[in-house]
Design a protein around this ligand. Structure first.
Ligand SMILES: NC(=O)c1ccc[n+]([C@@H]2O[C@H](COP(=O)([O-])OP(=O)(O)OC[C@H]3O[C@@H](n4cnc5c(N)ncnc54)[C@H](O)[C@@H]3O)[C@@H](O)[C@H]2O)c1
Ligand SMILES: CC(C)[C@H](C(=O)O)[C@@H](O)C(=O)O
Ligand SMILES: [Mg+2]
Length: 365
């Protein structure tokens, strides 16, 4: 298959981890005889510096003609005091809204080899496999907001339609997973959450094979740590999903392990790690590229329908971790400490090794 991928490395560790993901995608293209064309664009602080806009038209156009977008991360102290229109994060919100990417899938899967890197007791983290489905183009992030010298407000607005489409996405995912949806809200306080709950209750009739529970966001935050295995699909509004996903990353041992897909219903999507630009480690070559590499795997699965290729990447990442290869953030899991580039090359070697063993298998068939 021939595909065009727009690559937006962004700021801080963004370019470091994106380079790793592109290297893996190039190997996949070679191994499975695909043609991936990469076009590069600017977003976030890098785009502000070069073009005075966090999401320039050139970038929107390049992404618009691509089949999917791979993004690193945006932001950093250099731009922290910029006016709100010239904040790197504004570019991220703009690209999500521009392409209507309302569904943000954030899988959280415990890796057996990394259990000791998690602050949770090993038996709590073991076997955790949940998916946070975060609404991405509404809520507090996009509601009317304003400030004067002494006042400020942000508004949290959701329409029935916006809630319906994300809830449907969650039900569909639960159907092919373990059949459970936890809808997270703050219905004891917020009107928007009461509407959210109402829509979930209406929708569930169409999914008799899925169990539904409602959970308030504060107790959900606690239960994610005390009983994470209780969750399968967690569906929630934009800001709750942002906060809960960073929290859930501790189950895996590092924020550097969490990939994400931001999709709509026609297959187009933006793929990026859940983490940010890591200003404290940027430029040192030590960032964990797993989240970016696993995001590339999600691109193959959700945008290109390449399930075998996606699974091959996930398996290679798993094997490399089982072999004791670690980046610095996972030092507590023991093993050998590698740089971003060295760790990526281990994944590449592993993918090559899988290819060789398949060739040997085929030669006997
Ligand atoms: N999607 C995005 O582009 C995105 C997401 C979150 C934050 N941000 C931005 O990033 C900047 C920094 O934010 P922050 O410090 O709160 O969050 P962050 O995610 O950048 O970093 C939080 C902590 O996790 C560590 N970390 C993150 N990714 C890692 C990786 N791949 N490997 C190893 N360690 C990793 C960092 O070193 C840091 O200690 C801010 O400007 C923020 O707005 C961007
Ligand atoms: C950088 C920021 C705008 C972004 C968000 O809040 O959505 C980030 O934290 C994320 O999780 O992707
Ligand atoms: Mg976040």
């Amino acid at each position: 298959m021939e595909k065009t991928i727009a690559v937006l490395p962004g700021d801080g560790i963004g370019p470091e981890v994106t380079r790793a993901a592109v290297k893996v995608l190039k190997l996949i293209a070679r191994r499975y005889q695909h043609e991936f064309n990469f076009s590069y664009g600017l977003i976030g602080g890098a785009a502000i510096d070069a073009l005075d806009s966090p999401f320039p038209k050139e970038t929107a156009d390049a992404c618009g003609t691509a089949d999917a977008v791979l993004l690193g991360a945006v932001g950093g102290p250099k731009w922290d005091n910029n006016p709100s229109e010239l904040r790197p994060e504004k570019g991220l919100l703009a690209i999500r809204k521009h392409f209507g990417l309302f569904a943000n899938l954030r899988p959280v899967k415990a890796v057996p080899a990394l259990l000791s890197a998690s602050p949770l007791k090993e038996e709590k983290a073991a076997g955790v496999d949940l998916m946070i489905v975060r609404e991405l183009t509404g809520g507090l992030y996009f509601g009317e907001k304003a400030r004067t010298a002494d006042d400020a407000y942000d508004t949290l607005v959701y329409s029935r339609e916006e809630i319906s489409r994300i809830v449907e996405q969650a039900f569909e995912l639960a159907r092919v997973r373990r059949g459970k949806v936890t809808s997270v809200d703050k219905a004891n306080v917020l009107e928007s959450s009461r509407l959210w709950r109402e829509v979930v209750e209406e929708k569930k009739a169409a999914y008799p094979d899925v169990t539904v529970e409602h959970q308030l966001v504060d107790s959900c935050a606690m239960k994610l740590i005390t009983d994470p295995s209780a969750f399968d699909v967690v569906v929630t509004e934009n800001m709750f999903g942002d906060i809960l996903s960073d929290e859930a990353s501790v189950i895996t041992g590092s924020l550097g392990m969490l990939p994400s897909a931001s999709i709509r219903t026609d297959g187009f999507g933006l793929y990026e790690p859940v983490h940010g630009s890591g200003p404290d480690i940027a430029g040192k070559g030590i960032a964990n590229p797993a989240a970016a590499i696993l995001s590339a795997a999600m691109m193959l699965r959700y945008s290109f329908g390449m399930e075998t290729e996606a699974a091959a990447i996930e398996e290679a990442v798993q094997t490399v971790l089982e072999d004791g290869c670690r980046t610095a953030d996972l030092a507590e899991a023991g093993g050998r400490s590698l740089t971003t580039e060295e760790w990526t090359d281990k994944v590449i070697e592993q993918l090559d090794a899988e290819a060789v063993s398949e060739d040997i298998m085929f030669s006997y068939m």
